[in-house]
Design a protein around this ligand. Structure first.
Ligand code: CA
Length: 227
């Protein structure tokens, strides 16, 4: 059974999520009503997935997400954000803070369940030490990259950038997020660094593989999912 931590101050939404997630016997739900309690619970006993409301009293969802990403125990925990706000600024703030996915309220239970399944599948698909998208293969412990069985020499940043994109395939990763995860910066305005590295990475990978690394205009980059 997968453990889901719901961090949400609206008791009706918690009730509905609990009911729907626990119905099939696949999930066990723990709930927290504010950001501080949610953070403490996530760190004490990291769940398999977090469903996080963006608008929380006290520590808000975006800040909470950032903190979860900073702690080693929860750095790669799948996080789905809930928000009443459907504007792009909120979506980008959530993605920048490291959320894996985003559902706008009011949401249908079917939609949310589909996102939960997809996010968990993506996190399980990560085999830990190898990431691949034939003909591309990454050996994470050895930090080796092959295309068609041929070694490709990447710098450390290029390798980390590629690994982060592959781990989150199908998702748009903003430049700010990549800068923070790959470079450890939190400096807006340095995002051109990301563009420069993406350009070099595409050259080294060659056109057949590089076409999977898509530019999402005005937002960031995405490793195209699909076969
Ligand atoms: Ca709320």
């Amino acid at each position: 059974m997968k453990r889901v931590l719901v961090i949400e101050d609206d008791p009706d939404i918690v009730l509905s999520l609990r009911h729907n997630l626990e119905r099939e016997g696949l999930f066990e739900v723990t709930a927290a009503r504010d950001g501080e309690a949610g953070l403490a619970e996530a760190l004490r006993r990291p769940p398999d997935l977090v469903i996080l409301d963006l608008g929380l009293p006290g520590l808000d969802g975006v800040e909470l997400c950032r903190r979860l990403r900073r702690e080693p125990e929860t750095a790669r925990l799948p996080i789905i954000m809930l928000t009443a706000r459907v504007d792009e600024a909120a979506r980008v703030a959530g993605l920048n803070a490291g959320a894996d996915d985003y559902v706008a309220k009011p949401f249908s239970v079917r939609e949310l369940m589909a996102r939960v399944t997809a996010v968990l599948r993506r996190s399980e698909a990560d085999p830990g030490d190898r990431l691949g998208d034939p003909p591309l293969l990454l050996d994470l412990p050895a930090r080796r990259v092959e295309v068609d069985g041929r070694d490709v020499e990447l710098t450390r940043r290029e390798f980390d950038l590629l690994a982060d994109l592959l781990r989150h395939r199908g998702r748009v990763l903003t430049r700010d997020r990549l800068l923070r995860v790959v470079w450890g910066y939190d400096i807006p305005g340095e995002t051109r660094t990301v563009d420069v590295h993406v350009r070099k990475l595409r050259q080294k990978l060659g056109p057949a593989v590089a076409e999977r690394l898509e530019t999402v205009v005005g937002v960031g980059y995405r490793w195209r999912d699909g076969s």
